[in-house]
Design a protein around this ligand. Structure first.
Ligand SMILES: [Zn+2]
Length: 256
């Protein structure tokens, strides 16, 4: 799971502070190839009619589907980019059918075939398995891509690896496979670990241009309810929601 994914015995700052080299949040300054990087992503702040706009991104790592959240997005007409794995696609046909009925709202992103982190070596943070090598990272990307192609018939533009952390050389490797690597600017649910109230507080403070990261695959946890409340608050503030795909050109340059 991820924080990106769902276990947080360590905070993300602990992980980054523990990396062998210096990693600056936001501009990914890396002084050693073994350091982990966490790409940050914001979207162009200029929206139609100058209304503030935010991109909602939801990871579906494995497991099940929070239908309360999914149905609330549909009812409220909130666009989202869904980062799905091959594992999740195998286990959630009912959710896939719901998404296919609303492809005007949902853009599909690649979260890998088996939810392996794009990290060299044997271990990755948050209890997630590392792919382990450049070849294994490529396999993770391609197996996720094949699964999405077989279900949705379209290659995604965006990839986000499990944990949203990367061995530094993995980012250009994945970009070389034709993907934009999706970071985020607002961690909405801390790996689906937060209470509903805490998620609402985080999300309702989103600013124009933010990319929110949260999870779709935890119906058993309270975070989805908190997310819905936070998104409703943003809508009441006049915020509009856009896909990452709609802002590709403006965000790609600042990301890498
Ligand atoms: Zn994940």
């Amino acid at each position: 799971m991820c924080a990106a994914c769902d276990h947080l015995p360590l905070t993300r700052r602990h992980v980054l502070a523990g990396a062998a080299a210096s990693v600056l949040m936001g501009d990914e300054t890396v002084r050693a190839s073994e350091a982990l990087v966490e790409p940050r992503l914001q979207i162009d702040k200029v929206g139609e009619g100058a209304r503030p706009r935010v991109a909602l991104t939801l990871d579906a790592c494995s497991g099940h589907t929070d239908f309360t959240l999914l149905d609330a997005l549909i009812a409220r007409r909130i666009a989202a980019t869904l980062f799905v794995t091959g594992l999740w696609l195998e286990r959630n046909p009912q959710a896939i059918a719901r998404i296919k009925d609303h492809l005007d709202l949902f853009e599909i992103g690649n979260h890998g075939g088996r939810h392996l982190a794009a990290i060299w070596g044997r271990s990755a943070p948050f209890g997630v398995k590392a792919a382990g090598s450049p070849e294994a990272v490529q396999n993770e990307v391609l197996s996720g891509e094949r699964a999405i192609l077989s279900v949705f018939g379209k290659k995604p533009q965006w990839f986000r690896g499990a944990t949203a952390l990367y061995s530094a050389p993995a980012v250009p490797l994945i970009a070389g496979m034709g993907y934009a690597v999706a970071g985020y600017s607002l961690n909405g649910d801390a790996g689906a670990s937060l209470s509903a109230g805490a998620v609402t507080q985080r999300v309702e403070r989103a600013q124009n241009g933010d990319v929110i990261l949260a999870h779709l695959n935890h119906p058993e946890r309270p975070c989805g309810k908190g997310l819905v409340n936070g998104l409703a608050s943003l809508q009441s503030q006049g915020v509009t929601f856009v896909h990452l795909g709609n802002v590709w050109a403006s965000s790609r340059a600042s990301q890498l």
